[in-house]
Design a binder for this molecule. Sequence first.
Ligand SMILES: [Zn+2]
Length: 573
Amino acid sequence: MRYSQSLIPTLKENPAEAEIASHRLLLRAGYIRKLTAGIYSYLPLGLAAIRKVEQIVREEMNRAGAQELLMPMVQPADLWRETGRYEKYGPELLRFQDRHERESCLGPTHEEVITDLARREIRSYRDLPKNLYQIQTKFRDEIRPRFGLMRGREFLMKDGYSFDVDDTRAGETYQLMFDAYKRIFTRCGLDFRPVEADSGSIGGSFSHEFMVLADTGEDTLVICSNCDYAANSEKAAVVPPVTDNSPLLEMEKVETPGKRKVPAVCEFMAIEPSELVKTMVYKADGEPVAILVRGDREVQGVKLKNLLGVADVEMADDKEVYDATGVPTGYLGPVGIPIKLLVDQEVAAMRNFVVGANEKNYHMKNVNMGRDFEAAAVADLRQISPDDPCPSCGSALGLKEGIEVGHVFKLGTGYSEAMNAVFQDQDGKDKPMVMGCYGIGISRIVAAAIEQNHDENGMIFPMPLAPLQVILLNLGLNDEQITETAESLYNDLQDKGIEVLLDDRDERPGFKFKDADLLGIPLRITVGKRLSKDGIVELRHRSNGATEELAPEQIVSRISELIEEAMSNKTIS
Ligand SMILES: [Zn+2]
């Protein structure tokens, strides 16, 4: 590829809208361009990096026995109604009507379409198992698309679906995919961790996310310092506390004038936040519900959502709290509260705590569950903290940020039962197929790789994902010897199947060096003045800045060697 003929529109300045490195660098290096909110064009280098990811994913999926197909992006609403998701999915599902007023949606995921295919084409246990995947553009109407390719509305995804005769076989397929995912992310050259995860709107009983560790990750991971336990903090189970068996003291109303927030109440009453209980109000699919958590804890929305089995939970604002309870903000408490009350397990184990008195300027002390109020349910409803012990071994936990790049789910028979996707088993009976589903964010992997590999000058692609392996700088367009050498190296490298970008633009050396660093191509060859003086061309490694001086005739074999090494080594960049 000749730079002079390529569309690689690099920018000198950092684009103002870009908050994180991958977004900023993908725009600056001319890999992507924004069309509209959360929707991007992949320019030639961006697409080349994406194709590298796709290739690795295809190879490993095929090797694990999966087959590629391609399903439509436009899906009929009626299919989604069969599983109830047309209503339940929320506004991220883009719904529209065609000219015949048939309701449709743009596929954010394809469980319904693949299950429809399976129920039509799979008849007998002899037709199973089947493991099918596609690589396709998805659309999710995110309320706040941001971070470039990290959280777009339109994005490229690999989604796969498996069908098995029973749970045991489905478990084996799940493990097969889990192992394939480990190979995929290892081959991509990423530092990642599989973690236990919440199943979200896909549903199902069990799932793991594959997280790329990076400071800009949107997810918080809980990782044990001692054992293998790792989980998304949305899912991480808190170890139940030991019940306090102190004698119950008499409940007492205390005047707390103007003290509405936890720190103010604690200071005024000379207590610790751990002795106070907050009454938080959420809207669960619009219905108000109160949750009690200790003063120094936070409600975990995903746990709440799962407990209630609702599609959406959102914290209520002051007016909504007042409308639902008649109590002004800051003084709400569980004693006599008129809405449904859920209690975090930690609060259920506490004795003689402080709560709001459901009256302006008053709190209650020595309040106890069971004697003073009843809970509709007691459950693990709070966000895990770094002080909590590992739920698996009891050791200390650490928190890390992560970017979700893959997700594997055990779906069970939820979809196949809802859509009557059955097969005839050996005993002649119809049984629902047992499903799994497996996603990989193809475009997001490119962004995650950049988050993990960049410096102040630009991107540093791991060799397996680099859009090109070599950038070759001609620093003497008017010098016959330099140009001849650069051109012949360009041809020789291409003859060897090496992917090379020849910078043949009429620009200053400094300008070319800057662009080369920005683009993040792993190896740079400079053909310049040193050639006529010393017969030398320079080879530079983007990852660590190391340089080698070589005769032109040594270049092709040295580059071949480096590429081979980088592609066989799991982590080298
Ligand atoms: Zn542990």
